[in-house]
Structure formats: structure tokens, C-alpha cells
Design a binder for this molecule. Sequence first.
Ligand SMILES: NC(=O)c1ccc[n+]([C@@H]2O[C@H](COP(=O)([O-])OP(=O)(O)OC[C@H]3O[C@@H](n4cnc5c(N)ncnc54)[C@H](OP(=O)(O)O)[C@@H]3O)[C@@H](O)[C@H]2O)c1
Length: 299
Amino acid sequence: MPTWLVTGAEGMLGRELVALLHGVGEPVVPTSRAVLDVTEARAVDAAVSSIVRTAGGESQVRAIVVNLAAWTDVDAAEVDEPGARLVNVTGAANVARACRRAGARMIQLSTDYVFDGESDQPYAEDAPVAPATAYGRTKVEAEREVTDALPDTGVVLRTGWLYGVHGPNFVRTMVRMSDERPYVDVVNDQRGQPTWAFDLAERIVDVGRLLDASGIAGVLHATNSGSTTWYGLARAVFAERGLDPDRVRPVGSDRMPRLTPRPAYSVLGHDRWARIGLAPMRPWRTALAAAAPTVLSGD
Ligand SMILES: NC(=O)c1ccc[n+]([C@@H]2O[C@H](COP(=O)([O-])OP(=O)(O)OC[C@H]3O[C@@H](n4cnc5c(N)ncnc54)[C@H](OP(=O)(O)O)[C@@H]3O)[C@@H](O)[C@H]2O)c1
């Protein structure tokens, strides 16, 4: 059984992953920014080499580092790209190099924002990246740091449209608005794959076990299957809560101006899962129904 080290462990996905690892009885060292700042190379080195020792000695690779530490505020990254680059690129590079030195495996989280969002077909894992935002640029650079440092033992998991019980996210916002407002206007011209953080955490554990057992590497797309628009997702949230979905009204993005334009098309292809022996993640609508008792409660 590998020992896990999770950075950014107090974020939305981190809390889900750490709870899951505790639940399945795998040893995990969760680190928040206060405990381990990924921009500090020496601290990252010390933390990674210490779990490799805990995990059984440097000649025996039994450690998996999941780097969830990230600057995730897309609009703030546009205003302060160097700040976002420090966390997303330098941080990922520090973790990847520490893993290479210590002999640990690594899973890096990435995003649909690495693509331009102008396609009308799902982006394959090896489709050319063309980020249209500062956040996307930093995540592309982070991907390269990881795949360059760990060509045989580093996995990049791209995800998108994440929701869960922890932290602010679109689904939780819709739950609140469905309690507070008679009608909600939601954009209907951006398409993506709503992904439940719990499903993604399970997928990270599956990938970690494969990494530990046989060694896999490269880019995989970790989103729930199928696709919808934000409007479609909002309607599904209302329906799942037993409310009238017609209380959600479709609008164009031009009605909701934002500092950083969001990609119009963020659908990721899943072909590579078959090659490593895993099925794609379940359909987003099935996942939302499974998430309802926890994520869609009004508490
Ligand atoms: N949420 C999505 O829809 C989505 C979509 C695609 C990809 N992703 C990726 O998935 C990963 C996890 O996302 P998430 O939604 O869980 O993000 P999140 O809730 O924002 O969590 C990120 C965590 O990283 C921490 N952090 C920031 N700077 C750090 C540093 N220098 N050192 C250590 N920790 C630091 C943050 O701590 P503070 O709170 O103290 O800043 C926060 O706890 C990220 O790589 C993100 O890019 C997310």
C-alpha cells in the first residue's frame, strides 16, 4: 500500500480526497498551504523525501504525491499572472523535481482551460493546447514541468466544472439561489462536463494504485462523461431538488460579462482510459443524482 502526500489539501478537491483515503484506510499526509507552501522548494523536498522514507526507503518507491495546491481564481490570475505562475508553475515544478529526486510518483491536477474552447468536438488527450487565459497558460506550463521531470512516473489529470460539498462552486450557488429567488438566469452558450469532486477523488485513487503497481504516465482526462451547459446543469440541480426547472432561464454570455471570458466548449475526450484498463468516469447526470443527498442539501 502506498503512502500519499496531498498538497492544497484544504481546497474543494483536497478535502474530498483526504476523506476518501482515510475511508479506505490508506496512509495519507494532508498538507495545507500553512503547513507546506509549494513555492518553497526546500520545504517541498523535505516533505516528499520524508514520506518516501516513511513509505519504505528510497530504493523502494511507495509514495504518491498529489499536487492540488493551485491558484484557481481565473479572474485574479488575469490581473496578476506572475503571482499565479509562482503557485501553479513554480509550485508544480518544485513538487515534480522533489518526486524525481526522492523516487515518488506524482499526480498533477490540470484543467480544460489548457484548450482554446473553440472546438465543437471533444478535445483528445493529445490535442494541441492553446490557452486563452493567464490561468490556462500557467496550467499548461505546469503540465510541462511535470511531464518533463517525470516522463515515466508523472500523471496529469485534466478536469473541469468541479462541484462538491466543500467550498464555493456553481452547484452550491444554484442550491442557494433556488432557495432565495423565484427565477435564476444562467448562461446557455458554454458547454462542459460537470464533475463531482467525489468521483474525481475516487479516480485519483484508482490512478494512484495503477501508478504504484505498474507505472503509467502522461495526460488523462478526468471529467464525468457526457456534457451540458451551465443552464442545463442548473435545471438538473432544480429537478434533483424536486423544484420546477423552468425557474431557470437561459441567457447568453453577453448578459453576464466577466473579466476573463469563459471557454465556449470545454468537453474533454476520454479515449485514453481504455488503454490503461479503466472505464471513463460515469455520466455527469448520474453523478449529480448520486451527489444529491450531500451536495444538494440546503444546509
Ligand atoms: N474547481 C474546478 O472547477 C477545477 C477545474 C479544473 C481544474 N481544477 C484543478 O484542480 C485542483 C484542485 O482544485 P480545487 O477546486 O480543489 O481548488 P481550491 O479549492 O482553490 O484549492 C486549492 C488549494 O491550494 C491551496 N494553495 C494555494 N496556494 C498554495 C501554495 N502556495 N502552497 C500550498 N497550497 C496552496 C489553497 O489554499 P488557500 O485557500 O490558502 O489559498 C487551496 O486550499 C487545482 O489544480 C485546480 O487547478 C479545478
